[in-house]
Design a protein around this ligand. Structure first.
Ligand code: PLP
Length: 458
């Protein structure tokens, strides 16, 4: 007999209390935070779905491994364990440890990029785009056309548009293409997966034009789960074998290990080419640290080596992907508009459709983020006109293409009853949707304003 309940495949050995608050307290705290949940102290939040980055719970095996940390400056045992794990996973001979993903991005993209160079991706993550543009290069997103369709049950909406990739390479000329980056899963594209067939096609195009193919592999284990269950040729391979096959197609990989590494900090850059590795190692030593630790302590590398094994365990990945889908499918059934099918690490709510009476310049996503906190102490993040809205040369407001709210699930942190609670909070929000009101920005910094802006309710 097969049981339907998706249980957490772990026992809880150490607990961290979270604090209930009253609606009056939450109204006060949100007011103090200028209606920007980024400015809330974490102990005022009950369920924190701000990000899945660096928020994982470590296993008892990882904590035990940390005690073995060898903190030698050069050639530490912990480096050897880290190297063996990342080398076995990626199949790449050159591994550079970094303190987080963006450090690996900065090293690789500043070396490959420069004025007049182009990068193409299924969707550049925001730190990826920032590092590319900072190097003077141009970053162009080429998501597949199905990515815009929020409702249909298409299995791989994270794919790259390979026809557009061919056309773009012709247009800018192959010698001006710094790299093609495939982000798995496609974080900014709703956490949607990329198929092996698409990765193979992208690799073939890169090879034909002699252009480097980089895998941004932050969530490569979650992506492997989708491949095994949606791409029939792969149902007999293990999740790790599927990831290894994907790495075998690439020339380089960058990873924020804060995601599928099941740790709180870390990153790496993996490379096949020896000369490129030498050049990047020089940059690593200037800003991150010596080649055998980068930005990491020995104990970090120990925990990472274990985390990168644990993340491919079948029971873990099943619980992980199913619990994200559980939250998304339940709130969808209540009438909350979400990006469908549900992605791997997060549920994306379409705030423009939930609050059609709030126009983009009054930030429907920010309204929902605030309402979720006020209703139940749930913290989420706006991915809409607060984050990506602009002013044109005449000072006119230009809305972001979409008004979303992201509920990102930390790994191994919350149980099904926590998610049932979040679902109930959405029940309260949908009942008062007509009373929801927009927001006005009262203070904003020149860059990345979503982190520190102040708001006022209209
Ligand atoms: C998080 C992330 C990064 C950047 O990594 P950090 O560890 O936050 O510096 C790059 N690409 C993708 C797809 C990410 O999700």
């Amino acid at each position: 007999m097969e049981f339907k309940t998706i249980i957490e495949p772990f026992r809880i050995k150490s607990v961290e209390p979270i604090r209930m608050t009253t609606p009056e307290e939450r109204a006060h705290y949100l007011h103090e935070a200028h209606h920007n949940p980024f400015l809330l102290p974490s102990d005022k939040v009950l369920i924190d779905l701000l990000t899945d980055s660096g928020t994982s719970a470590m296993s008892s095996r990882q904590w035990a491994a940390m005690m073995l940390g060898d903190e030698s400056y050069a050639g530490a045992k912990s480096w050897e364990r880290f190297f063996e794990e990342v080398n076995d996973l990626t199949g790449m001979p050159h591994i550079l440890p970094t303190h987080q993903g963006r450090a690996a991005e900065r090293i690789l993209y500043s070396h490959l990029g420069g004025t007049g160079k182009y990068f193409f991706s299924n969707t550049h993550f925001d730190t990826t785009r920032a590092n590319i543009e900072f190097s003077g290069s141009t970053a162009i997103d080429l998501p597949c056309p199905e990515a815009k369709d929020y409702d249909s049950d298409i299995p791989f909406k994270g794919n790259m548009d390979t026809q557009a990739l061919r056309e773009q390479i012709q247009k800018v000329k192959a010698k001006n293409v710094a790299a093609v980056i495939l982000t798995v899963t496609n974080n900014s594209g709703g956490g949607q997966p990329v198929s092996m067939a698409n990765a193979r096609e992208v690799a073939a195009i890169c090879k034909q034009h002699n252009v480097p193919f980089v895998l941004d592999c932050c969530r490569v284990a979650e992506n492997a789960y989708f491949i095994r269950h949606r791409e029939p040729e792969y149902e007999h391979l293990s999740y790790r074998e599927i990831a290894q096959e994907m790495f075998s197609l690439a020339d380089a990989a960058v990873m924020s290990i804060k995601k599928d590494g099941l740790v709180n900090m870390g990153g790496f850059l993996a490379l096949r080419n020896h000369a490129l590795a030498e050049a990047c190692t020089n940059l690593l030593i200037i800003t991150e640290g010596f080649a055998t630790y980068g930005g990491l302590s020995g104990r970090d590398m120990e925990a990472i080596a274990v985390g990168l094994e644990e993340v491919f365990e079948a029971d873990y990945l099943h619980y992980r992907i199913r619990s994200t889908a559980y939250l998304g499918e339940r709130i969808r059934a209540m009438g909350i508009p979400v990006i469908f099918p549900i992605g791997g690490h997060a549920v994306y709510v379409d705030a423009a459709r939930l609050y059609p009476h709030i126009p983009p310049h009054e930030f429907p996503g920010q309204a929902l983020v605030c309402d979720l906190y006020l209703a139940g102490g749930v913290r989420s993040v706006e991915v809409g006109s607060v984050m990506f809205g602009k002013y044109d040369a005449k000072g006119q407001f230009v809305a972001a293409p979409q008004e979303l709210v992201r509920l990102a699930l930390p790994r191994r942190v919350y149980t099904q009853s926590h998610l049932d609670y979040v679902i109930e909070v959405f029940g309260a929000v949908i009942q008062t949707r007509e009373q929801a009101r927009g927001y006005r920005i009262t203070h904003e910094p020149p860059f990345l304003r979503h982190f520190t802006a102040h708001f006022e309710r209209l």
